[in-house]
Design a protein around this ligand. Structure first.
Ligand code: LLP
Length: 409
């Protein structure tokens, strides 16, 4: 996070709180979140695109306190399940700023959304049009389109190309709009697309925008999804938000004028780019072997290297050393060779059991993707701000872990 400060003795502070103290107080592994950074990113989106509705992709960090911060910053929220909606509802997130998404919505998801009167449901299939139509009265909906634009990102997080499971292909959209309009319970409000995640090219958004407008259906709302890249390692660049705003705005104005259609209400759905860099995870070194430094967490709190070949760095916190550095692989405690947290990390030669390691950029899809693999409890999420730390989500206990295992006689 940008609030990271060097402290004496090799310690670091985030949000004005010492990492060594946080580890002592809350234990490890421990996920930290810098509130000021989350709010600053949210503001940066609103400032870059004041005419747009910025809906936080709740799946990237489904935490009620974070939802509150972002409600406070004037953002909307994209939820993709009854569970995420329950978090939003009980955090008091206003229904008129919530969109329900997801390529498979169960009856439970749809009913929960209608009961809370979410402002929009994004429909993904013909089945869903009739399923929601049967339950709803005057529900505004968007249609999710697969615009056939390759976002040039990892295949597991590319969603806008043909031949994957999301949304309607371009040629099915007119029929989808007709079916929505034929459902008395639904109100067609516009189109949506989401091209993928960790996208670095602005041009793919412009191309998707043109393809959606080319469909010629009346679009009161145009949702261009999220996917804006966050930098994880030194040398990586943050998505060019100013360039995006400038080019998307210019293209939208140009294309609408050319077609003599009114400008649609623009919606974007950033997740990662708001929270990723606000996060940092603390681990305790348990064992050192030649080439490997093993810590007390792993793929249960961060499966991203295993799933997407995601790259991370790590640094030693809490002591100074003059030892030379060598590249090691930081690995976890799980029983798999793929349980890697970071590769090619230059750590001091004298790194040893008991040392504290900090892995930055863990705010997005870490808390969200954490599991109980090997019956390991999930780490807590600690918010830091102005020198104070508070537990946003507590550490999972042994009791939590065993609660659902009923062992019937
Ligand atoms: N809107 C929709 C409809 C989405 O499906 C997503 C993410 C977003 C917005 C937000 O995308 P973002 O701005 O965060 O890139 N678990 C993967 C990422 C999966 C993204 C899923 N959809 C990872 O850890 O890289």
């Amino acid at each position: 996070p940008r609030s990271t400060q060097l402290l004496p003795g090799g310690d670091l502070a985030v949000g004005g709180v010492s990492l060594t103290e946080l580890a002592a107080r809350f234990g490890t592994p421990c996920q930290l979140l810098d509130e000021a950074e989350v709010r600053a990113r949210a503001r940066a989106f609103r400032a870059a695109l004041p005419e747009a509705e910025v809906a936080f992709a709740g799946k990237s960090l489904p935490c009620r306190t974070v939802f509150r911060w972002l409600a406070d910053e004037g953002l909307s929220l994209d939820v993709c399940s009854a569970g995420e909606l329950a978090a939003a509802r009980t955090a008091g997130f206003p229904a008129e700023r919530i969109l329900l998404h997801g390529n498979v919505k169960t009856a439970e998801d749809l009913k929960a959304a209608l009961a809370y009167r979410v402002s929009r449901v994004v429909l993904d299939s013909f089945d869903e049009i009739s399923q929601l139509g049967a339950l709803a009265t005057a529900q505004p909906v968007l249609i999710r389109v697969t615009p056939g634009v390759d976002a040039h990102t990892h295949p597991a997080i590319t969603t806008g190309v043909e031949g994957q499971k999301f949304g309607f292909p371009l040629d099915a959209v007119p029929e989808a709009v007709r079916r929505v309009e034929a459902e008395p319970g639904l109100r067609f409000a516009g189109l949506h697309c989401h091209l993928g995640s960790q996208i670095t090219h602005v041009s793919v958004y412009e191309e998707a925008l043109r393809r959606l407008l080319d469909l010629g259906v009346p679009i009161a709302q145009l949702d261009l999804g999220g996917g804006f890249a966050a930098p994880y390692c030194p040398g990586e660049q943050r998505f060019d938000l100013t360039g995006y705003a400038h080019r998307v705005r210019a293209t939208l104005h140009f294309e609408c004028e050319r077609r003599r259609i009114p400008l649609p209400h623009l919606v974007i759905e950033p997740g990662r780019s708001i929270v990723a860099n606000a996060g940092i995870t603390l681990y305790r070194v348990i064992t050192v072997k030649p080439g490997f430094v093993a810590v007390d967490g792993g793929m249960s709190d961060n499966p991203r290297p295993a799933l997407y070949d995601a790259r991370y760095t790590a640094r030693l916190v809490g002591r100074h050393t003059r030892a030379s550095r060598r590249e090691v692989t930081v690995v976890g405690r799980h029983c798999e060779a793929g349980d890697v947290l970071a590769r090619n990390v230059p750590l001091p030669d004298d790194v040893h059991a008991g040392d504290l390691l900090a892995v930055p950029v863990t705010g997005a899809y870490h808390h969200a993707l954490a599991s109980n693999y090997n019956l390991v409890g999930r780490p807590p999420l600690i918010g830091v701000r102005d020198g104070r730390a508070s537990v946003l989500v507590r550490r999972e206990t042994e009791e939590d872990l065993l609660r659902r295992d009923l062992m019937p006689a």
